[in-house]
Ligand binder design. Structure first.
Ligand code: PLP
Length: 406
């Protein structure tokens, strides 16, 4: 028997929620695959994927099965005890990556927080208290805790909250000379997104990542890859570092890792992990059985050649069509990104109008994202079907046509 809930609507948001978000005018109530339905029963194609989270769309049977089985078994025990789903997922992540050790938490920001704390602790233990500086990229995004907004290269997210975390330098992304000039023996870590997601879907150049690795090694600094957005199959490789063959010392994962269930992980090596000894760091929910059971099912489905190769093929489908739309309506310049993380650079009169485009798209029945005011972003399910790709892009084209025609 289903529970009878009190009716709520979008207007309630403005009454009872902290106004730090500005959600769309409609309220999604149900999802299946790459389709979502709102309160009025209107159906939309979902190319937003909950901001690169719904890696297998909505209500994927393998994830529903894992979650419901675990829901009937064991929900939570805390880290005073370990649990089987945690250990199984950790083993799968270790087997599939450079890492020997995993720390589970609940959000991308927490995974990065753990990564930054680990980097500082390692440097402190090995080289003393003077080696604490972290270098990150201008316009990077690493989360919303005070440490992660301080490391993130966007003052609009870090200003106005009192003193920031000290010892952080921001350098232009993809500029190896700038990194070379900034790094020193006081640097404990360099933090990079292999693709800058939030600030426009900007991929790192191969030589930049290789150069960063070399500079870190020369200065006894750790290389941290924030793969919160680029990881877990999003780019057509399990993690983006695999495509570049540049191996980090620490990697953060979240978003797609749980396919919509909150979970995140920090991955690292044996040598580094030992610096987070008992009591140095932790979280109540990290490694929660429900989250890890879902994460394990996500891993099982996506870490297969069929899904990962499919992501690369679907990229081409999106890119070809988006390029055609861009040319026909004069709205897009570069279409960039890898796999199913795609950014369309707005040009001409459309610069700064990504929100207008995504509102128009939603009105036409397709959910897309922005990545800065100048870039329309697509982050659909990795198993989005042809029929949904075609229908969603038809709707998107209609939205663009209406916008252009005024
Ligand atoms: N790092 C990157 C690269 C992200 O894209 C995000 C979220 O967009 C985060 C970190 C923060 O993740 P969360 O919102 O789960 O804390």
């Amino acid at each position: 028997m289903s529970v009878q809930h009190d009716p709520v609507q979008r207007a309630d948001f403005d009454q009872v929620m902290v106004p730090n978000y500005s959600p769309a005018a409609f309220v999604p109530v149900r999802g299946l695959g790459s389709r979502v339905w709102d309160q009025s029963g209107r159906e939309l194609v979902d190319f937003a994927g909950g901001i690169a989270v719904n890696v297998l769309g909505h209500c994927h049977p393998a994830l529903v099965k894992a979650l419901t089985e675990q829901a009937n078994t064991l929900w939570h025990v805390s880290n005073v005890f370990t649990n089987e789903p945690t250990l199984r997922l950790a083993k799968k992540l270790v087997d599939a990556t450079f890492a020997d050790r995993v720390f589970f938490c609940n959000s991308g920001a927490e995974a990065n927080e753990a990564a930054f704390k680990l980097a500082r602790r390692v440097a402190h233990d090995r080289f003393g208290p003077e080696k604490y500086e972290i270098i990150s990229a201008i316009n990077s995004f690493h989360g919303r805790t005070l440490f992660t907004v301080s490391v993130g290269g966007q003052p609009k997210y870090s200003d106005g909250f009192g003193p920031k975390i000290q010892g952080i330098t921001h350098v232009p992304y993809n500029d190896l000379d700038a990194l070379k000039a900034a790094i020193s023996d006081k640097t404990c870590a360099v933090v990079l997104e292999p693709i800058q997601g939030e600030s426009g879907v900007l991929p790192a150049q191969q030589a930049y990542l290789e150069g960063a690795r070399k500079l870190c090694d020369e200065h006894n600094a750790l290389l941290i890859f924030d793969e919160v957005q680029s990881g877990m199959g999003r780019t057509g490789d399990l993690f983006a570092y695999m495509h570049h063959n540049v191996v980090p010392d620490i990697l953060s994962s979240a978003k797609s890792l749980g396919g919509g269930f909150p979970i995140a992980a920090m991955l690292t090596t044996d040598d580094l992990a030992k610096h987070l000894a008992v009591g140095t760091h932790g979280t109540t929910y990290g490694g929660n059985p429900l989250a890890c059971a879902v994460g394990e099912a996500v891993m099982d489905v996506i870490n297969t050649p069929a899904v990962l190769d499919g992501v690369k093929a679907k990229h081409e489908q999106f890119k070809t069509r988006l390029q055609a739309i861009g040319e026909k309506y004069g709205i897009f310049g570069e279409i960039r990104g890898r796999g199913l993380l795609i950014g369309c650079q707005l040009v001409g009169a459309w610069v700064g109008k990504a929100k207008t485009v995504l509102d128009a798209a939603a009105a036409e029945g397709v959910m897309v994202l922005q990545a800065s005011p100048d870039v329309v972003r697509f982050a659909p399910s990795l198993v989005v079907e042809d029929v949904d790709i075609n229908e969603g892009l038809d709707r998107f084209e209609r939205a663009v046509a209406k916008l252009v025609q005024g």
